[in-house]
Design a protein around this ligand. Structure first.
Ligand code: PLZ
Length: 453
């Protein structure tokens, strides 16, 4: 059984397989979608935006189907969540069985097996063969919050360093850790104290080698904060919302080594990069780094809300009993989905599939870059690839062009997401269950949208 041979392209609740095609039967949004969007505008807070103006009714393989019968090519996977595919049969089966058994006891009240199984699996599949432990939460932001809590308790120190272009969530502490003001932080302060920001390695824009960029960051950390005050450094191995910036080789290992030498907890935020996305189980593996703590969410449970902190047992055990938790953290249905999802990663050849998808993405986008100087940079790893759009005359970010291309691609039935501090990046993170032909068609439409822009 393979996720791309058609056998796993099921609709939610085991319905008929969804035709793997782009199909527009109305302009977007069609009448039914318009109706839902009008209700949304009236009933849902304005702060909760949306990128694609359709009412989704089914998704699977490489498509999202809307209420009007349009079938859109999915190059976003719900922001890197449905990596195994939407409504993956293993996940559907596990969830259905669990929901009929029991929906909630609260793990802090009466523990259950699936939570422990997820922790065991995470301890096994995350980088490093040292003794590890895990704790489960509901969202990426909550995992990040808890990683910082744990690091502070372990070190007895308070300061935390995050990086330029970093994104870590929308809660108060994680807003403070996040770099970009608009739309994530603007007007929502005051922010949590003792958060500091260091420069990231951004090869396309700073031209520094990894070790040079690391020296710049470490010098700032030593001068402005001091290791004696620093509990943790948190970094995305490839910043997601920040623009899929792959740091120059050697940057991440140098930062990690400095943390090790200075009793600073090194936290890799792999919420977006984790679970096969980059063509390895975790992006840390590409540079052989072994984080002290690693935060995960998104791809962990095939679409169910779950997140985790995993790391060195001595650090993870720093908290007193009752210091970590939450009513829903490690909900049994989400845990059942995670067990099924991790099973799929380990047994369905998904890491190799991410590399294949990545090769198709990179080849097509590099060809586009060669023929169009507005594509300044193409970068990423595995099935996490982005194109940065610039004004060819000045090299300045071109956010207007980027928005225009994304909007035109979406109007033609291809779901693409933008990102980047300067809003000038289109990112591609398709579900790995997308058929090759559909992926190529989606990229052709993006190329066409660029040519017309
Ligand atoms: N850390 C690295 O990518 C979530 C959020 C998009 P939650 N990224 C997508 C948006 O506009 O809200 C993310 C991430 C990294 C943490 C998070 C936060 O994860 O599950 O959204 O809380």
């Amino acid at each position: 059984m393979s996720i791309v041979d058609g056998t796993l392209h099921t609709a939610p609740l085991g319905g008929p397989a969804l035709p793997q095609e782009r199909r527009l039967v109305t302009p977007l949004p069609g009448p039914r979608s318009q109706e839902l969007l009008a209700r949304k505008a009236a009933a849902v807070a304005a702060g909760v935006g949306h990128t694609v103006p359709v009412a989704a009714v089914a998704a699977g393989g490489g498509v999202v189907v809307d209420a009007d019968g349009n079938s859109l090519i999915d190059l976003g996977a719900g922001i890197a969540v449905t990596t195994v595919g939407n409504a993956h049969p293993r996940v559907v089966e596990a969830v259905q069985a669990q929901v009929a058994q029991f929906t909630h006891t609260c793990f802090m009240i009466s523990p259950y097996e699936s939570y422990v199984a997820v922790a065991e699996a995470l301890n096994r599949v995350t980088p490093g063969d040292h003794e590890k432990k895990s704790a489960l939460f509901n969202s990426g932001a909550e995992a990040v919050e808890n990683a910082v809590k744990i690091a502070r308790k372990h070190t007895g120190k308070q300061a935390v360093v995050a990086f330029d272009h970093g994104y870590h969530g929308r809660t108060n502490l994680t807003m403070a850790l996040t770099a970009k003001s608009m739309p994530y932080k603007s007007g929502f302060g005051p922010f949590a104290p003792e958060i500091y920001r260091a420069p990231l390695s951004y090869p396309y824009r700073d031209g520094l080698s990894g070790p040079e960029a690391a020296r710049r960051s470490i010098s700032l950390i030593e001068k402005q904060i001091g290791a004696d005050n620093l509990a943790a450094v948190i970094i995305e191995p490839i910043p997601g919302e920040g623009g899929f910036i792959v740091p120059a080789e050697g940057f991440l290992p140098a930062i990690m080594d400095w943390c090790r030498a200075n009793d600073v907890v090194f936290i890799a935020d792999e919420v977006q990069t984790g679970f096969g996305r980059t063509g390895a189980m975790f992006a840390s593996e590409h540079e052989g780094i072994v984080p002290d703590l690693i935060t995960t969410a998104k791809g962990i449970a095939g679409g169910l809300p779950l997140a985790a902190v995993t790391g060195r047992a001595d650090i993870m055990d720093a908290s007193h009993a009752g210091g970590l938790g939450g009513t829903y953290g490690g909900n049994p249905i989400a845990c059942a989905a995670a067990v099924a999802t991790i099973d799929a990663f380990e047994n369905d050849g998904l890491i190799e599939r991410a590399q294949e998808v990545g090769a198709i993405l990179t080849e097509r986008l590099r060809a586009l870059q060669a023929s169009d100087p507005r594509v300044g940079d193409v970068r990423g790893r595995g099935a996490m690839v982005a194109a940065e759009f610039v004004d060819p005359a000045t090299g300045e970010p071109d956010a207007a062009l980027t928005a225009k291309v994304a909007k035109a691609a979406i109007a033609e039935g291809v779901i693409v997401l933008t990102c980047g501090t300067y809003g000038n990046v289109i990112r591609f993170l398709p579900p790995l269950s997308i058929p090759d032909a559909l992926l190529r068609e989606g990229l052709d439409i993006v190329a066409e949208a660029l040519a017309n822009a």
